[in-house]
Design a protein around this ligand. Structure first.
Ligand code: M6R
Length: 610
């Protein structure tokens, strides 16, 4: 889970590499390095720490060069040390390599290479690749040696390679880790994602697994691992580079929380027609198939898995389709029973999460139809699914997912409308009501954001509390899980999400007068009264009650220390509104504690390793 950027140009590129890495730091930030081809060899500088910290010591921006690679690391093999930071070189110092992924057979390869006299300087799996390319170097070209080396490697990789004897070339390769090519004016790029190079080009080529790219400043070719040339399509990206900048906010997370009304409006745009929902051609699933589905299985990880849990409520209650929600990491190893009448939906912001990708491959192997709900165009998950619905949240840079989550909920709601209509499980009047409901959400969400002062007050009072509980029922139980996850990941405070009624089966023992308990309790016809009872139980034991309730609620605020109001909406849609105060609460607490909000310790934005 690292970030890679590489440039071959007719001008100096150090600033482009630096900016590219700054945009990729969400992928890993324990160490960083760059290398450039100079007249006589390869210059490498690297160090432990974040980009700006390392740069202040070794000045990456002072390194001249027109061909180079940059890498930010999230360690898997080998500790966080300067030797283990990338780039890595071969014994002759003529080949340098940056890598994202895991080489599974690296110890066998290393042993063989050591027997042949290769000397290793690091504990990484990546260094094996540099020596393997050196070993494969005959009289041919660097790309031939890379192909020979890659044919011996098992595992996942996105690679950047430089060879000082062919100083005009930049090599990229991918297998199960993302790598794209950017096609510019007298310069070309490789990168782990689109935003990192979007200031320089919006012409993007997506590499497929087991492809290698050979770039010069004014040309490129893509080959398979047999050396055959592949024809590739150039995609024009319509995100602006500014969309990936902080835009005046102190952190990406705060910016992305505030972008939710627009992100949701974009996700709905042109998909809501008179009395129906219509997705674009990428959706790819026919009405006939959708009418026949017997079961839905949702696979996802982390926050996307929480979105799946909300989706289950929508799909079962309204479209009447039995729906299971599985952790992708568990699903892939437990022999699930699937057939062609099961639709498997993979939810992923990045479209690169290794476990979700593997679960999707397993589902396809077992004969199910697959649909991706994804935010990143052209990502691996979207390319292997039978159909795709894009969330249109725009680039999400903060490691804590916010606007991706609420747009995922919107997509699942739209899908529910489509299925309910096709399968006649709701009347047209009910469908019209659902459409009216979701159209109001962007404005209603803005009014929740306007309650930030009350949320900040809670954060200021309770940021030193070491534990907290988040309780909700029904469609707001997944929101309790999501609120607790947000707090854990950005503030490092222990938090648990629970179904409110389960509290009495154990967690109630934790409650005393120092325990904040966040109740997500919008009014509904199902469980509101029961949650009221749960609040009494917590109050009787001295717990500090923070509640998220529907505007006009006169009961719960009387029993709460703090109340955040959300506008009245339909039961299933309340989840989109009620999660926002919890995102803000986590954000403010993390800021009060001085945490690195956008890059929390030990985390990476896309988890592309198992
Ligand atoms: O890109 P994905 O949606 O597949 O990522 C899944 C999880 O890694 C992700 O949601 C993670 O839990 C976030 N850090 C949560 O904020």
């Amino acid at each position: 889970m690292c970030g890679i950027v590489g440039v071959v140009s007719d001008k100096d590129i150090n600033e482009k590499l630096y900016n590219g890495l700054a945009n990729l730091e969400y992928r890993g930030y324990d160490s960083v390095g760059m290398c450039f081809i100079n007249g006589s060899g390869i210059d490498i500088k690297k160090g432990v720490g974040k980009l700006h910290e390392v740069n202040s010591k070794i000045n990456f921006l002072g390194m001249p060069g027109k061909v180079g690679l940059g890498h930010c690391r999230w360690s898997t093999h080998g500790g966080v040390t300067e030797e283990n930071a990338h780039p890595h070189i071969d014994c002759t110092s003529r080949i340098s390599v940056v890598h994202n992924g895991i080489i599974e057979n690296y110890s066998e390869l290393k042993e063989e290479l050591e027997k042949k006299g290769h000397k290793f300087c690091s504990q990484t799996d990546t260094e094996v690749i540099a020596h393997l390319i050196e070993e494969s170097m005959k009289d041919g070209k660097i790309e031939d040696a890379v192909i020979t080396a890659l044919n011996k490697i098992e595992g996942s990789y996105a690679l950047g390679v430089l060879y000082s004897e062919e100083p005009d070339k930049l090599i990229g390769a991918r297998n199960e880790s993302p790598l794209i090519l950017g096609i510019g004016e007298n310069e070309n790029f490789i990168a782990s994602d689109v935003p990192s190079i979007l200031s320089y080009t919006n012409k993007i080529i997506y590499l497929e697994d087991k492809e290698i790219a050979v770039l010069t400043k004014d040309n490129f070719k893509v080959l398979d691992l047999n050396g055959n040339v592949k024809t590739k399509e150039i995609h024009l990206i319509n995100w602006s580079a500014e969309a990936a900048e902080k835009g005046g906010y102190e952190h990406f997370m705060l910016k992305e929380i505030h972008e939710q009304p627009v992100a949701i409006a974009n996700t709905l745009n042109e998909r809501l027609r008179k009395g129906e929902v219509k997705f674009e051609k990428e959706f790819g699933l026919s009405d006939d198939y959708l009418k026949k589905i017997k079961r839905i299985v949702i696979v996802a990880c982390g926050t996307s898995w929480h979105a799946g849990l909300v989706g289950k409520f929508m799909l079962e209650e309204l479209a009447k389709i039995p729906t299971d929600v599985e952790y992708a990491s568990e699903f892939r190893y437990r022999h699930p029973l699937l057939d062609k009448d099961t639709l498997v939906i993979a939810i992923s912001q990045s479209g690169e999460t290794a476990d979700t990708l593997a679960a999707l491959k397993e589902a396809k192997k077992l004969g199910a139809m697959t649909l991706a709900v994804c935010n990143v165009m052209g990502s691996s998950i979207t390319r292997i699914s039978d159909g795709v619905i894009y969330t249109r949240a725009g680039p999400e840079i903060g490691v804590a997912s916010t606007k991706a989550f609420t747009t995922q909920l919107c997509v699942l709601y739209l899908l529910t409308i489509l299925l309910s209509k096709l399968r006649n499980t709701l009347s047209q009047e009910q469908i019209n009501g659902m459409i009216t409901g979701i159209r109001k959400i962007p404005l209603q969400l803005q009014s929740v954001l306007d309650e930030d002062d009350e949320i900040l007050k809670c954060a200021e009072l309770y940021y030193k509390k070491p534990n907290s509980l988040y309780l909700g029922r029904g469609v707001n139980f997944p929101i309790a899980l999501e609120g607790a996850l947000k707090l854990k990941e950005v503030s490092y405070i222990h938090a648990e999400g629970y179904p409110a009624a389960e509290m009495k089966h154990g967690p109630i023992a934790l409650i005393d007068n120092s325990m904040p308990v966040v109740f997500i309790a919008p009014q509904d016809i199902y469980t509101y009264k029961k949650v009221l009872g749960n609040i009494e139980e917590v109050k009787a034991r001295g717990g500090i009650i923070i509640s998220v309730v529907t505007e006009g609620d006169a009961e719960i605020p009387k029993k709460s220390e703090h109340t955040i109001f959300i506008p009245k909406t339909m039961y299933t849609l309340s989840s989109i509104l009620s999660v926002v105060p919890l995102q803000l609460l986590a954000y403010h607490i993390a800021v009060k504690l001085g945490r690195d909000v956008d890059r929390p310790r030990n985390l990476a934005k896309s988890v592309v390793v198992e």
